[in-house]
Design a binder for this molecule. Structure first.
Ligand code: CA
Length: 225
C-alpha cells in the first residue's frame, strides 16, 4: 500500500517508515502538515497515518480539512489517549486511532483493517477485458494472474483503464502519474508511455496504448487473431 506518514518525531517516523517499507509498503514521510492536503489530492495514497502533535498545525484540524474533500482512510497516531481525544479524532473524520506508544504489529493489524474496509467500501476492482485493476491494494491481474508494473506504469495504466477505451488527455495522465504539484514535460510522459508499452509486450498482454493525436492516449484491447 502507498502510505502517507505525517509525523514530526524523527524516531517514530523512522521506525514506522522503515518497518512499513520492510513489509513491502511504499511510504512518503512528511514532517509537518504543510504539504499534506496537496499530497492527498494526488490520490496516490491508500492510507494516511497522522500524528496529532505537529509543529505547524493541529492534527485534528488537519484531519478535518483533509476530510472535507478526500476519502483517504486516516489512522491517527497520538500520545493523547483520553476518550475525549479519541472522540475528537473520530469527529474530525479519522477512521481509526492508535495511541502511542504502540507495537508495530498492532499498527500493521490496524492498517490491514483499514485496507480491507476501504477495499469493500470503495471499489470493486476495475475490469477491462481480462485486466483487473485494484487501485486500493495497488495490484493488477490479468486473467486472474498477478502482473507487476513499476509505480508509474501502474498509475498510467490504471488511469487509461479507468477511461475504458476513451482517450485520456496528456495533462490528466501527467496528473495521475506525477501528481499536480510537479512540473512534468510531455517528454516525460512519452518516455513513461514507451516504458508501459514495453512492459505490456514483455508480459504478452493484448493491450495497446494508442497515441491519439493532439490529445493524448487511449488503451485498446487487441482482438485475438
Ligand atoms: Ca508529534
Amino acid at each position: 500500500m502507498n502510505v502517507l506518514l505525517v509525523e514530526d518525531d524523527v524516531g517514530i517516523g523512522r521506525f514506522v517508515s522503515r518497518g512499513l517499507m520492510a513489509q513491502g509498503h511504499q511510504v512518503a514521510w512528511e514532517r509537518s502538515g504543510e504539504r499534506v492536503r496537496d499530497l492527498v489530492a494526488t490520490d496516490r495514497f491508500g492510507v494516511m497515518l497522522l500524528d496529532l502533535g505537529l509543529p505547524d498545525i493541529d492534527g485534528i484540524d488537519l484531519c478535518r480539512s483533509v476530510r472535507e474533500d478526500a476519502r483517504i482512510p486516516i489512522l491517527m497516531l497520538t500520545a493523547r489517549g483520553t476518550l475525549q481525544d479519541r472522540l475528537d479524532g473520530f469527529d474530525a473524520g479519522a477512521d481509526d486511532y492508535l495511541p502511542k506508544p504502540f507495537a508495530f504489529d498492532e499498527l500493521i493489524a490496524r492498517l490491514r483493517v483499514v485496507e480491507r474496509r476501504q477495499a469493500d467500501a470503495i471499489a470493486p476492482p476495475l475490469r477491462v477485458a481480462k485486466l483487473e485493476v485494484d487501485a486500493v491494494r495497488r495490484r493488477m491481474r490479468w486473467d486472474g494472474r498477478e502482473v507487476e508494473f513499476t509505480r508509474r506504469s501502474f498509475d498510467l495504466l490504471a488511469c487509461l483503464a479507468a477511461a475504458r477505451g476513451d482517450a485520456v488527455a496528456r495533462r490528466d495522465l501527467i496528473e495521475a502519474v506525477w501528481g499536480s504539484e510537479n512540473e512534468v514535460s510531455d517528454n516525460n510522459l512519452d518516455v513513461q508511455v514507451s516504458a508501459l508499452r514495453q512492459r505490456l509486450r514483455q508480459l504478452d498482454l493484448p493491450l495497446t496504448v494508442e497515441t491519439v493525436r493532439a490529445l493524448g492516449f487511449r488503451l485498446t484491447v487487441t482482438e485475438p487473431k
